[in-house]
Design a binder for this molecule. Structure first.
Ligand SMILES: O=C(CO)COP(=O)(O)O
Length: 172
């Protein structure tokens, strides 16, 4: 159905789907395979809640979600995926992870992709950060080595704000 509607990217495993619709890693895995089989690109969302962050388990937790979502994938399939790190405590709250927080987890995600699927796959996968991204924090987030882009929620509903995010490179 999404393919027929002309969709090219499909967001999977968003924290709201995980929380309210039981979209666990096995479902995310099956959906990502279905998206790829239909010639679209899965954007696989991962990220920890506040309790996990406070327990300092965020890297292990998020990396486990990535591995669960990609279980059984070939390196070629992985190369076609986008991963979005969205710490749940930063979504729609105005609470943005610091650029260093984003880099820590996005870097760890890239690390496991390289470890499990090789350097070429790890390099080609786009790792995004999402959670209260705005015009005034996009430059710092995008300057991190392993943050390749952003998954923007609320700010995408404000034309001027979103345009400034998309054109962040004008401010670098
Ligand atoms: O969940 C998000 C995008 O999928 C992020 O939303 P906000 O940018 O509103 O925090």
């Amino acid at each position: 159905m999404l393919k027929k509607l002309g969709c090219t990217y499909v967001v999977i495993g968003h924290s709201e789907r995980r929380e309210y619709h039981g979209e666990a890693d096995d479902v995310v895995n099956a959906k990502a395979l279905a998206v790829l089989a239909n010639g679209m690109t899965p954007i696989i969302c991962v990220g920890e809640g506040l309790d996990v962050r406070q327990a300092n388990e965020h890297v292990r937790y998020t990396v486990d979600q990535v591995r669960g979502a990609l279980k059984g994938f070939t390196a070629e399939q992985v190369s076609q995926c986008v991963i979005a790190y969205e710490p749940v405590w930063a979504i729609g709250t105005g609470e943005v992870a610091s650029a260093a927080d984003a880099q820590e987890v996005c870097g760890a995600i890239r690390g496991v992709l390289v470890e499990d699927y090789g350097q070429a796959s790890g390099d080609v996968v786009r790792v995004l950060y999402g959670g209260s991204v705005k015009a005034d924090n996009i430059v710092e987030l995008m300057s991190q080595d392993d943050v390749d882009g952003a998954l923007v929620g609320g700010a995408s509903l404000k034309p001027d704000e979103f345009a400034a995010i998309v054109r962040f490179y004008d401010f670098v």
